[in-house]
Ligand binder design. Structure first.
Ligand code: NBP
Length: 485
């Protein structure tokens, strides 16, 4: 179908920081971009400040916006998640024709995306829930994009998204993830992993600062060194930057003037809630979410500070620990805990994919997370290799490479958790990840006792190691065993 040159290949609705940067990214990559925002001010500001970066078609009504798009129309919504997104979807759907594609690039809850896809496809339109990671910088210079929705829409949308996505070794950090809510589910778990990754870095910093007594600038150097090895990642890199920063007003390290209460917008919490429903232990992500919640429990923390008994505490010197060796132990504990968080996140993605028949390929995720997104890291290449070698890997931890790594990390990991405990320093993700690891490899778990207790008070029955069937002991009778199935 021939169409006037003046029409736009893609449109963006919502021109706050994410939407305007995404629109600029499309324009800089040679596409004509239709732009619309509920209030005219943001549209005018985008055109006034960045109109020279490419071809933009500004509109001031949703109808004009839709009319400025070539067919099949492709419009990306970048507005506040929730009710605002629903409102814009409906306005677009009313103005569009069958076959057009509505893309929600916001941080939607995947169950909302599943619902929206049903509603929109019933109207003959395509709906794509696309997770976009990388914050405002990524939106402008190359994000990692996780589109769900019908595979058919990716044919029309994919090349456009590939042109603006981050590239690693020439491969764009975008691919079709799976139907309906798959893209937003995967983005949600990405954010959950990000929570755990940030928390383990925080725990490492805390130990170097308060166990080893190092200054922020020294610790920044340690993180710079770590960033040249296995831990090479965006988050380790920005940690060194934050720790090097000096507050202009007080001359103190910036970290020492920042209030120690971590905010959260909800995607970590969603990851844990979804994991609970799927029955997948994402202990690292869970502890990271709880650690943020605890940091914000200001009244409780104030009441407990200097008030709760500590027991006998030790120091690094008191334990005869060499500082240099300790720093290396902390690096290894960080890496091991990070491996657990990723393994758990990939477990959740597999479970979500199975539950919803999405057929998500874990290799795709590790590939598109190598660039553009917040958890981009060198070791994602290893995850791709692990799943290439064995797509049905029971756990990432069981991949021969990671298993070998864990062999070199585990003694340090144990020493760090013991030391932190003896020094009274909290390491919730280091410790819970180690417990997860020990639970996973244990010959026996206390779950047998729990089954006994459940049978005692609720006749919930148990299975036996030595024969098939379900059994119940007549606890309040003569305590003989009966078969119940
Ligand atoms: P915000 O989440 O701050 O949303 C502001 C935008 O939503 C404005 O364009 C605003 O229009 C529009 N809007 C609202 Br609020 N209610 C509306 C309604 N009823 N109808 C139409 N438009 C409405 O913007 P953002 O920080 O750029 O994020 C956009 C999306 O991207 C969100 O879903 C966010 O979760 C997601 N995201 C953000 C980041 C990030 O780093 N910030 C990263 C990844 C994903 P107005 O100008 O008329 O008020």
């Amino acid at each position: 179908m021939t169409q006037p040159d003046s029409l736009a290949q893609i449109g963006v609705v919502g021109l706050a920081v994410m939407g305007s940067n995404l629109a600029r990214n499309f324009a800089r990559n040679g596409h004509t971009v239709a732009v619309y925002n509920r209030s005219a001010g943001k549209t005018d500001a985008l055109i006034a400040e960045h109109g020279s970066e490419g071809r933009f078609i500004p509109s001031y009504t949703i109808e004009d916006f839709v009319a400025s798009l070539e067919k099949p129309r492709r419009a990306i919504i970048m507005v506040q998640a929730g009710a605002a997104t629903d409102a814009v979807i409906n306005q677009l759907a009313d103005a569009m024709d069958p076959g057009d594609i509505i893309i929600d690039g916001g941080n939607a809850l995947y169950t909302d995306t599943i619902r929206r896809e049903k509603e929109i496809s019933a109207r003959g339109l395509h709906f794509v829930g696309a997770g976009i990671s990388g914050g405002e910088e990524g939106a402008l210079n190359g994000p990692s994009i996780m589109p769900g929705g019908p595979a058919e829409s990716y044919k029309s949308l994919g090349p456009l998204l590939e042109s603006i996505a981050a590239k690693v070794d020439g491969t764009p950090c975008v691919t079709h993830i799976g139907p309906d809510g798959a893209g937003h589910f995967v983005k949600m778990v990405h954010n959950g992993i990000e929570y755990a990754d940030m928390q383990v870095i925080g725990e490492a910093y805390h130990l170097l600062r308060y166990a080893a007594g190092m200054e922020p600038a020294e610790i920044a150097e340690v993180f710079r060194e770590w960033n040249a090895g296995d831990l090479d990642s965006y988050l380790i890199g920005i940690t060194a930057e934050v720790l090097s920063q000096v507050d202009a007003e007080t001359g103190k390290p910036l970290i020492d003037v920042i209030v120690d209460e971590a905010g959260q917008k909800g995607t970590g919490r969603w990851t844990v809630k979804a994991a609970l429903d799927l029955g997948i232990p994402v202990t690292g992500i869970g502890e990271a979410v709880f650690a943020r919640a605890l940091s914000g429990a200001t009244a409780q923390r104030a009441a407990a500070r200097d008030n709760l008994p500590t027991g006998t505490l030790s120091t690094l010197a008191g334990r005869g620990v060499d500082r240099e060796a300790f720093v290396e132990d902390v690096r290894r504990a960080l890496f091991a805990s990070k491996l657990v968080a990723y393994a758990q996140g990939f477990d959740e993605i597999r479970a979500g994919s199975d539950e919803h028949n999405w057929n998500v390929d874990p290799r795709d995720l590790a590939t598109i997370w190598r660039g553009g997104c917040i958890i981009r890291a060198k070791f994602l290449n290893r995850i791709v290799e692990a799943y290439n070698e064995n797509p049905d890997l029971e756990s990432l931890l069981l991949d021969p490479y990671f298993k070998g790594e864990l062999g070199t990390l585990v003694d340090s990991w144990r020493r760090v958790v013991v030391l932190a405990t003896e020094l009274g320093l909290p390491v919730p993700v280091f410790a819970s990840s180690l417990s997860y690891y020990d639970s996973l490899r244990a010959e026996r778990l206390p779950a047998a006792l729990i089954q006994g207790q459940r049978d005692f008070f609720g006749a919930h029955t148990y299975r036996r190691l030595d024969r098939e069937g379900s059994f119940h002991t007549l606890w309040s009778g003569d305590r003989t065993e009966v078969r119940t199935d």
